[in-house]
Write a protein that binds this ligand. Structure first.
Ligand SMILES: [Zn+2]
Ligand SMILES: [Zn+2]
Length: 253
């Protein structure tokens, strides 16, 4: 039987690694037995999918945004166009925060909305389902004023998107799941910036005890460290096998 897997199209986070293309961007794609969900399709998602990974975007069922920032949403419209074959196939849905689809910061082009089967709005604690994929907005994060959610997919993959660390995370996020993906942007803690550090990731992993953890979304500081050594450090400290994502990594679960 085909195994579930996550494909990391890109692992950049923050201004320099993303927009000077030190690393790729583009978010990640989860394959649940052939049902495909693309999460946070940042810049390049469309190109990397087709050019390097031989996934036909027309097989994507669902797109989910954690928030509207460009490094998480730049290829949203392109992917809707590609996944629906220019509007000829109508089988794609979108789950996103309200601020990503309406209002002055919206990133969804209005004329593409009618190509979606369903457009559902994320709210903390609520769950949505499409094409056999359940998506729960686990927690609303504090992240530079942008409405941002941490997410859980089919009760097994937990995604801690960009955030300032809050103690509440240790209570609200579910424990003991298959895979915990954490946007670990910095190594050292930076109090002025609403992003997670390696120390924060370590606390989350230690407390939530997933079967496996993956760190991603690196700043230059993490990129240079490099992330593989940080993942080893977290694995040793927590006893939870932790992997540093790299561009193009596929993790089975
Ligand atoms: Zn952001
Ligand atoms: Zn980000």
């Amino acid at each position: 039987m085909k195994r579930n897997n996550v494909l990391f199209l890109g692992t950049a986070g923050g201004r320099i690694t993303t927009f000077r293309l030190v690393r790729r961007s583009g978010g990640f794609l989860i394959d649940f037995q052939g049902s495909l969900v693309h999460v946070d399709p940042g810049p390049g998602a469309f190109v990397y999918l087709i050019r390097d990974h031989l996934i036909d975007p027309r097989n994507i069922d669902l797109i989910v945004l954690s928030h509207f920032h460009l490094d998480h949403s730049a290829d949203l419209n392109t992917l809707i166009e590609a996944a629906t074959d220019g509007g000829r196939k109508r089988h794609v849905s979108l789950f996103a925060p309200l601020s990503a689809v309406e209002g002055e910061d919206r990133v969804l082009l209005p004329y593409l909305r009618k190509r979606l089967v369903k457009e559902e709005i994320l709210k903390e604690g609520e769950e949505h389902e499409y094409a056999g994929i359940k998506v729960k907005a686990v927690m609303r994060h504090t992240h530079h004023g942008a409405e941002t959610y941490g997410l859980m997919f089919n009760d097994s993959v937990v995604y801690v998107s960009c955030a300032r660390f809050e103690e509440r995370m240790l209570e609200v996020y579910p424990k003991g799941r298959e895979l915990l993906i954490i946007n670990t942007t910095f190594y050292g803690k930076r109090h002025a910036v609403d992003h997670l550090s390696a120390e924060d990731a370590k606390r989350l992993i230690d407390s939530l005890r997933p079967k496996r953890a993956v760190i991603t979304h690196y700043s230059m500081e993490m990129h240079q460290r490099p992330p593989e050594s940080v993942a080893r450090e977290i694995s040793r400290a927590t006893g939870v096998p932790t992997v540093a994502a790299h561009d193009g990594l596929r993790v089975e679960f």
